[in-house]
Each structure stands twice: as structure tokens, then as C-alpha cells.
Write a protein of this length. Structure first.
Length: 162
């Protein structure tokens, strides 16, 4: 194993993903690990360990590749008020669309800054907007979940909203 490959492994172990653009000096190491099957492309120019194909890796890759992306829908709910909500696709908004990628669902949308919550390096819609976005799919259950989780923070949330 080369010095470059060892450095790429350290970065992936520490950060979860490696961006080719952030490490042009490690291009050979990244390419060697890709050929060996130790790395896989999550998004163009963003690589993770081949064994790491879960949603959390895709969320991290998106946040690093598209820092202006805003997670929304099921993804935002899972990361804020409804961690047990099923769903594996990473849903996000950007002002301009990107090509479709497996495991991702992009929406062309501008989310106003006051409706974006930043947490642990991730940008997601605030719970109230997330719940409203999910109503078409899940009905009032999304609002009920949001209010139940935030009842202490938002005392006006009581009862069912069906």
C-alpha cells in the first residue's frame, strides 16, 4: 500500500468520505483504492469505504459535495423529530437540479434561510416545514409527530391535527 492510499484511508476513517477536490495531491491514492474495490463513488468526486453504502454516508457525501443543499422530507424528519420514520432515500433541495443519482431525490427549490436548521454540519428544513412537506404523503401524522416531539418548545401544539 502506498503512502497516498494510507492517507486516503485515514481521511475516510476520520471523516467518513473523501472529496477528490479537497485532496488533489492524493489523486493516485484515491484511484488505487477505487481500483482495489476499497473505495466507492457515492457522488461524483466523493468517495467512501466500499462497505459504507448506507443513508448516513449518502447524507454526509451530499453535505460535503453540495454545502448549499437543504435536506427535506423524510430525510429531514429522520434527522430531527422522527428518527424511526422509514425511508432510505436522501431527499434534498437545491436552487438548480443535479443529475439523478441512485439513493438521492433532488428537488429544485429555494428554502428561505429562516426555514433552515443547521445541525452538525447538515442543513435541513425546520421541523414545522418538514411536517408540512410530509402532509401530502403521510397526512396529519407528520404534524402530530412534530408537535409531540416539540411540545415542550412549542406549548401551543396540543391535540391531533387530522
Amino acid at each position: 500500500m502506498s503512502h497516498q492510499q494510507a492517507e486516503v484511508r485515514r481521511i475516510v476513517d476520520r471523516e467518513g468520505v473523501v472529496l477528490r477536490a479537497d485532496h488533489p495531491d492524493l489523486r493516485g491514492g484515491i484511484e488505487g483504492l477505487l481500483r482495489a474495490g476499497e473505495l466507492t463513488a457515492v457522488l461524483p468526486g466523493v468517495y467512501a469505504a466500499s462497505r459504507a453504502r448506507d443513508r448516513s454516508t449518502r447524507v454526509l457525501a451530499l453535505a460535503r459535495r453540495e454545502p448549499d443543499a437543504v435536506l427535506l422530507g423524510r430525510t429531514a424528519a429522520q434527522l430531527s423529530f422522527w428518527p424511526s420514520l422509514p425511508g432510505d432515500e436522501v431527499s434534498y433541495a437545491l436552487p438548480t437540479l443535479r443529475p439523478r443519482r441512485p439513493g438521492f431525490r433532488a428537488e429544485r427549490r429555494r428554502v428561505p434561510a429562516e426555514l433552515v436548521l443547521e445541525r452538525a454540519g447538515l442543513r435541513l428544513t425546520v421541523p414545522a416545514l418538514t411536517a408540512l412537506d410530509l402532509c401530502a404523503e403521510l397526512g396529519g401524522d407528520a404534524i402530530d409527530r412534530c408537535c409531540a416531539r416539540g411540545r415542550r418548545r412549542w406549548p401551543g401544539c396540543t391535540g391531533r391535527w387530522s
